[in-house]
Design a protein around this ligand. Structure first.
Ligand code: SF4
Length: 434
């Protein structure tokens, strides 16, 4: 393959990966960010093709099983490395998403890990090893600066030429025992719930390099948006990036809360948890039955303030919680009526809309209590039960009738729903006749 063909291949793989991530997480990148990510892949390849083309074993899994922590817990150490073997010389590379300056300034952190990997490779696998090194994939500050528009090509070329992503790490057999002991202590700390975020002062600390710990380390930490230290660090900082981050975090706050809400549903049957894909279905059902969310609002006006005598308008802000309650209860009433008249498809759709409305109500009121969560779960159970009934109705005679117990619903509940639904329809007909 020529260099040009390899770059075309990388572009193709990048696109494919992006599509997969998009389908999986649903988060699109702006064209600028996407281009920047692709450029990083290409620059990285151009810089490291000397090593990349020589790698003989990629993503080698190294395992050190049956370790015992100081408190007697069993654990396993695992790591993934790349190996280059040529002319009787073996080099082990460990890829890190940090930048090379940070690695250089914190060598001890990386030495510990690589020493253990080297020990597994040499002592347990009995294979030769001559060198270990970190490959730091993040751009150094000089390249980041040179990439800021307007880009001065000469400056960028110089910064790229000076970029040294490979940081050799000397390995020392004598340290392995102490490092494994340290890992064991960490295992005990985690199991004893002895962990917490660093202090905000630590996050501001730049002793590891030109960038603060909060940028270099926390920036790669999956827990950062629920980390109190990181939030404070980001909010306290006056930099432009942090201002953008603050805006981003405010959006994430909402997403975080939704995720926490889902995660905090009492550990019951996972089948009845809210799933992100329901949202798309609900928006389709809303359009189908009410023409959209606004149509739902006018179908279930807030009756508590509305009366013909006092002349109050029934218009009310949909964000008012009592109004939301009116709406999800209205949806549940419709669902029950459809169920009682064996219109299971519509019953399913209304139960799912009610689940969504209950959930939205909890999110907008920060009322993430167990009762509210049970309410969502209850609607989902009925939605799934009615969906199964609908399937059965369509294939009548070829399948067994779904039983409410399969959906954790009691017979008594079903009986009551039938009675309630029929009674509501009867009362409505009577009112219309009078
Ligand atoms: S963001 Fe992650 S790495 Fe940073 S302090 Fe919080 S938990 Fe630690």
């Amino acid at each position: 393959m020529t260099d040009a063909e390899i770059e075309d291949f990388l572009r193709e793989m990048f696109e494919e990966n992006y599509e997969l991530l998009l389908a999986d997480g649903g988060h699109a990148l702006s064209p600028e960010v996407k281009n920047a990510a692709l450029s990083q892949v290409l620059f990285y390849w151009r810089k490291l093709k000397g090593i990349a083309t020589k790698v003989t074993d990629t993503e080698v899994l190294l395992v050190l099983p049956d370790q015992k922590s100081p408190e007697g817990r069993k654990y396993t150490i695992e790591g993934v490395v790349d190996i280059v073997q040529e002319a009787n010389r073996t080099v082990m590379y460990d890829l890190k998403t940090h930048d090379a300056d940070y690695v250089q300034n914190n060598l001890a952190l990386y030495e510990d890990q690589l020493n253990v990997y080297a020990h597994i490779w040499q002592a347990l696998r009995g294979l030769p090893l001559h060198e270990t090194a970190i490959i730091a994939t993040s751009y150094p500050l000089s390249v980041k600066r040179a990439l800021q528009p307007p880009v001065d090509q000469a400056k960028l070329d110089k910064a790229l030429a000076n970029w040294q992503p490979v940081v050799p790490i000397p390995f020392d057999k004598k340290k392995v025992k102490a490092t494994i002991k340290k890992f064991g202590k960490t295992v005990d700390d985690i199991e004893n719930h002895m962990f917490g975020p660093c202090t905000v002062a630590k996050l501001k600390d730049k002793t590891g390099g030109s960038r603060a710990f909060g940028q270099d380390v926390c920036g790669n930490c999956d827990g950062r948006f629920s980390c109190s230290a990181y939030r404070e660090y980001a909010r306290a900082s006056g930099h432009r990036q942090e201002a953008q981050l603050r805006a981003f975090m405010e959006q994430v706050d909402e997403r975080d809360r939704a995720e926490r809400l889902d995660a905090s549903i009492p550990a019951g049957d996972a089948r009845f948890r809210w799933k992100p894909e329901y949202k798309r279905l609900v928006s389709r059902f809303l359009k189908q039955h009410f023409g959209g969310a606004q149509g739902l609002t006018s179908t279930f006006p807030w009756m508590e303030t509305h009366s013909e005598e006092n002349g109050y308008s029934d218009a009310i802000d949909t964000r008012v919680s009592a109004k939301n309650r009116t709406e999800y209860r209205g949806l549940e009433r419709f669902a029950i009526q459809y169920f009682a008249t064996a219109q299971y498809e519509y019953a399913y759709q209304h139960w799912l809309m009610a689940a969504c409305w209950r959930r939205e109500d909890m999110l907008s009121n920060s009322a993430e209590d167990e009762v509210g969560q049970k309410g969502v779960e209850y609607c989902i159970k009925h939605a799934l039960y009615n969906n199964a009934l609908d399937q059965w109705q369509q294939n009548r005679g070829t399948e067994n009738v779904p039983e409410p117990e399969q959906f954790d619903i009691s017979d008594l509940d079903i009986q009551q729903k039938e009675e309630q639904g029929l009674l509501q329809i009867e009362e409505h007909s009577k009112r219309n006749q009078n």
